[in-house]
Design a protein around this ligand. Structure first.
Ligand SMILES: Nc1ncnc2c1ncn2[C@@H]1O[C@H](COP(=O)(O)OP(=O)(O)OP(=O)(O)O)[C@@H](O)[C@H]1O
Ligand SMILES: [Mg+2]
Length: 421
């Protein structure tokens, strides 16, 4: 066993995961509390019962807009009402909240997030110009930085929407890569959010014809500095994962090769960061007049490309099941690599993960999750698909806007950990 594998095995003995999850006025749940163990957590129920909502709530324990990427105001619980004249209206409580008791390498912490009304527009990406902002509390103390959450919890999610990740526009692929970068570099989330904010401000100035050279130049300089830092972090993560995958190829899921296709990333291959920053600022300046027609080249156009190595095939040309397997392969590599680097394991949020995987791959994924001692929240409409890990998992049924525990693991992960993974 090489050093990497033995370090990883040691780190995976340390438990990291949620112990208790509490939701308040979160979508279809008025209040929900679930106590969970460090094992696969199988959440099953009919369509529309609220399985994905639980995973989405957990995703708000990481920085950003959650696994559906929605407006904060969509999440508060809508209660349908029939008005006196018979028309349908909704009332909703003012707020929603998600709280979790977690364990991170044997240390207990409490994390919570909720929305707060503000007197000004805080989220100018919202069509409705939201007056709500997400607040975060760590161990009871309010923090202004969502990125602080990354010191305590790390999440990786796969959703049915991501089954189409390799086809279509590059934005969701960049977001997928960026989430993997956050796990290694807490500031990355902040940089990406700041870049997007500056970009929107710059775009709006040009669109509105406010061509104040001093103002535009100062925005371009800020954007180029942030953009180069973002590109550098993306390159580093891609290289890190490629190296890890080469050393530790999976025995069931296909080996992937990851690449970045972007102007700024390519420049960084040949020039020092300061030079690329200058070049990027000049590029932005020269693109001012094209903004409204063609958009702007730069880190907002970078594509994260994935290849099926053995077949020498780009992911978008692989079959649906193969594409899912490629995603699982990246997720497993990231989970192991991140555990080695951060010293604690990520929590997996797997929405309908069994779809498109054949029986062998599904069972292999489940046994890998168990052997890696990862906490995985897995939704399904068919709990029988999880029979292979029945005695090692916790099962919950979702119905009538409540969650019922059906079974607990009869064998704890410590007793069943095998030597191979
Ligand atoms: N803001 C809200 N307030 C109240 N209910 C909501 C809100 N947003 C969504 N819902 C309800 O939540 C339910 C959807 O939950 P969810 O997507 O978690 O279902 P699911 O169990 O994952 O279903 P599927 O098996 O189809 O994926 C729907 O019935 C929807 O009407
Ligand atoms: Mg769902």
């Amino acid at each position: 066993m090489d050093v990497l594998t033995s370090n990883l095995k040691e780190l995976l003995q340390l438990k990291s995961g949620i112990q208790r999850l509490t939701l308040t006025d979160y979508r279809n749940y008025s209040s929900l509390r679930i106590d969970v163990q460090n094992c696969p957590i199988i959440i099953y129920g009919e369509n529309g019962t609220g399985k994905t909502n639980i995973l989405e709530a957990i995703s708000f324990l990481a920085p950003g807009r959650g696994l559906r990427g929605v407006k904060l105001s969509d999440i508060k619980r809508f209660i349908p009402q029939i008005a006196p004249l018979g028309e349908l209206t909704y009332i909703s409580p003012l707020n929603w909240a998600v709280a979790a008791e977690i364990i991170n390498n044997g240390e207990n912490h409490s994390l919570a997030t909720a929305v707060e009304k503000t007197g000004r527009v805080v989220d100018d990406t919202d069509e409705n110009q939201s007056f709500e902002r997400r607040i975060v509390k760590i161990d009871g103390n309010k923090t202004s930085l969502q990125s602080d959450l990354g010191k305590y919890i790390s999440l990786i999610w796969l959703t049915p929407q991501m089954d189409r990740l390799f086809r279509g526009g590059s934005q969701p692929r960049r977001a997928f890569l960026d989430r993997m970068v956050y796990a290694f570099d807490n500031d990355h989330a902040k940089r990406v959010a700041n870049f997007e904010h500056l970009y929107r401000e710059w775009y709006r100035l040009i669109k509105d014809g406010k061509l104040d050279n001093y103002w535009l130049t100062s925005l371009e300089e800020e954007m180029s500095a942030l953009g180069v830092a973002i590109a550098a972090a993306r390159r580093e993560q891609t290289a890190r994962l490629n190296t890890f995958i080469e050393k530790e190829p999976d025995d069931v899921f296909p080996t992937v090769r990851l690449e970045l296709d972007g102007l700024i990333e390519r420049e960084l291959d040949n020039s020092p960061a300061v030079k690329v920053e200058e070049m990027y600022a000049d590029l932005l300046k020269s693109q001012r007049r094209y903004v409204l027609n063609n958009g702007v080249d730069g880190i907002n156009r970078t594509d994260f490309k994935v290849y099926h190595k053995k077949k020498a095939m780009p992911a978008e040309m692989c079959s649906t099941g193969e594409q899912k397997s490629l995603l699982v392969s990246i997720m497993l590599a990231q989970a192991k690599c991140q555990t080695l680097h951060k010293g604690f394991a990520p929590i997996l949020l797997l929405d309908e993960v069994a779809a498109h995987l054949d029986d062998v791959k599904r069972d292999a994924l489940l046994s890998k999750i168990v052997n890696l001692n990862l906490q995985a929240w897995i939704t399904t409409t068919n709990p029988e698909l999880f029979n292979s890990i029945k005695d090692k998992s916790q099962f919950f049924e979702v119905k009538n806007n409540s969650v019922y525990q059906i079974s607990q693991p009869s064998v704890m992960p410590e007793d069943i950990r095998q030597t191979a993974f």
